[in-house]
Design a protein around this ligand. Structure first.
Ligand code: SF4
Ligand code: SF4
Length: 452
């Protein structure tokens, strides 16, 4: 099987069109079975516009809800270094940016940043770094060790996910040994010609980028994330290519991506790139819904690149993880920041959580699966059977309770406690509900890190 067959993807896009209402109902009925839909059916949904979109959105919400429930898992990025030898057109850290006063954080600085992230209530960090000989994998491993070692009062980071440049099997083995959660790497664009036009430096090697997850897999990392930077090429092509990538990995290794990220191009200092294929808000929301229907079991991530309004809508269409109160530069939590790209959501964590509760979402700081060895195939089996929600939901309640006990204002605590009461009633299994209540009491008495 070819990982990305551009001709085939273009043929599918050219030979399909928006379905009529009857056909749309058929595709959505199939999607509701939560086993995914074919690439051709996905293409048909990508052609949908106007009033038909409401039906696609409603179905996406239903599928997301049945698999993951209403929980939204939170994380914060931590940038280690903005030194980079690549010259990617769309990124403020590209090596042509001579104005940038670059930084590589020392272990002490990483500890300080981690403390600030912990004090916001976060339990998950996504480590990011530019590609540079001095940002070696050994340096990244030391950083991860430092993050895991940092504890303040009840706070700690329980899961470190990693987004660093494509590397070798040997280096991925080091990341595996140090105990990373998910290894994320985005193809940025799957369109080879566009990819080669927009990148200079080692990252310009399309093959190195697209085969990275296979090397990570070979090294034993079975939780991996993929993504596209939307705006670089036609979004319909990108979605079909992204899904082809997911299917290729699933067929070859038996494990689909743990997460799919959907960043959209944003401006940054020294970036003069004018996206040739800007994605409108409406198309952006559509592609989120369509991905959710096509790979129902995969976590979907949105970042603070997007505005609170778009994020709110996206939460209802299939997003299951989100960053909050992010800083996108090394040292950004403690000092003034350089930016890799512009952010559109600057709200503090408390405000993000309050809005989630008002939207009847359940904030979660859960990290249970990775620490219970529910990764890779084991995780996928649970997710595909629609059973992960029975763990996500009580774990979200417990970790949200920790947040309310340790990090929030009185006002937010009141809102949060009301949300918890409502959510407890939704636990159908009486034994599980009783045990969750029992654990909530233990958290009130000072215990932490209780999970299913
Ligand atoms: Fe470097 Fe990554 Fe930015 Fe490219 S996207 S310039 S590799 S930091
Ligand atoms: Fe994620 Fe597993 Fe926790 Fe659900 S139970 S939120 S899948 S870590």
């Amino acid at each position: 099987m070819k990982m990305i067959d551009e001709k085939k993807i273009n043929d599918i896009l050219n030979s399909t069109s928006a379905p009529d209402d009857k056909r749309l109902d058929e595709i959505l009925a199939k999607a509701l079975q939560k086993k995914g839909i074919s690439i051709e059916e996905t293409a048909e949904l990508l052609h949908v516009s106007g009033n038909q979109l409401h039906a696609v959105f409603r179905t996406a919400w239903k599928v997301k809800h049945e698999i993951y429930g209403n929980r939204l898992v939170l994380f914060a990025p931590l940038y280690l270094s903005d030194f980079c030898i690549n010259d990617c057109e769309y990124c403020g850290f590209h090596c042509r940016n001579k104005e940038l006063k670059r930084q590589r954080l020392s272990m002490e600085e990483i500890r300080k940043e981690t403390e600030l992230i912990i004090k916001m209530g976060h339990k998950r960090i996504l480590v990011e770094s530019g590609e540079h000989p001095d940002n070696s994998v050994d340096y990244v491993c030391d950083a991860i060790r430092t993050i895991y070692d940092t504890k303040i009062e009840n706070g700690e980071i329980r899961r470190v996910n990693v987004n660093i440049a494509a590397t070798t099997v040997e280096n991925y083995k080091k990341l595996k040994e140090i105990g990373i959660g998910t290894y994320q790497l985005f193809q940025e664009t799957y369109h080879k010609k566009t990819y080669e036009k927009l990148h200079k430096g080692p990252k310009s090697d399309y093959h190195r980028q697209i085969t990275a997850h296979e090397r990570a897999f070979e090294a034993g990392i079975d939780d991996y994330g993929i993504g596209v930077l939307f705006g670089l090429y036609d979004y319909k092509f990108e979605v079909l290519a992204l899904l082809s990538h997911a299917r290729y990995m699933e067929e070859k290794y038996g494990v689909g991506p743990h997460t799919i990220s959907v960043p959209r191009f944003k401006n940054a200092p020294s970036v003069f790139y004018n996206p040739e294929f800007p994605v409108s808000d409406s198309d952006f929301l559509k592609l989120i819904a369509v991905i959710r229907l096509s790979v129902p079991y995969t976590g979907m991530i949105i970042s603070t690149r997007e505005s609170p309004e778009i994020r709110k809508k996206a939460f209802e269409l299939g997003i299951s993880q989100t960053s909050a109160a992010s800083k996108t530069s090394p040292g950004g939590y403690s000092t003034k920041e350089n930016v890799q790209f512009q952010l559109s959501d600057h709200r503090p964590v408390d405000e993000v959580l309050r809005d989630m509760c008002n939207q009847e979402m359940l904030p979660s700081f859960c990290t249970a699966c990775y620490r219970s060895k529910r990764t890779g195939e084991t995780f996928m089996k649970l997710a595909k059977a629609g059973n992960i929600h029975f763990l996500c939901h009580p774990n979200a309640i417990l970790t949200f309770k920790e947040y309310l006990e340790d990090y929030t204002s009185e006002e937010m605590k009141k809102i949060g406690e009301e949300t918890i009461l409502k959510e407890l009633e939704k636990i159908e299994d009486e034994k599980r509900r009783k045990e969750t209540k029992n654990r909530l009491k233990r958290i009130e008495k000072g215990e932490r890190d209780l999970f299913f």
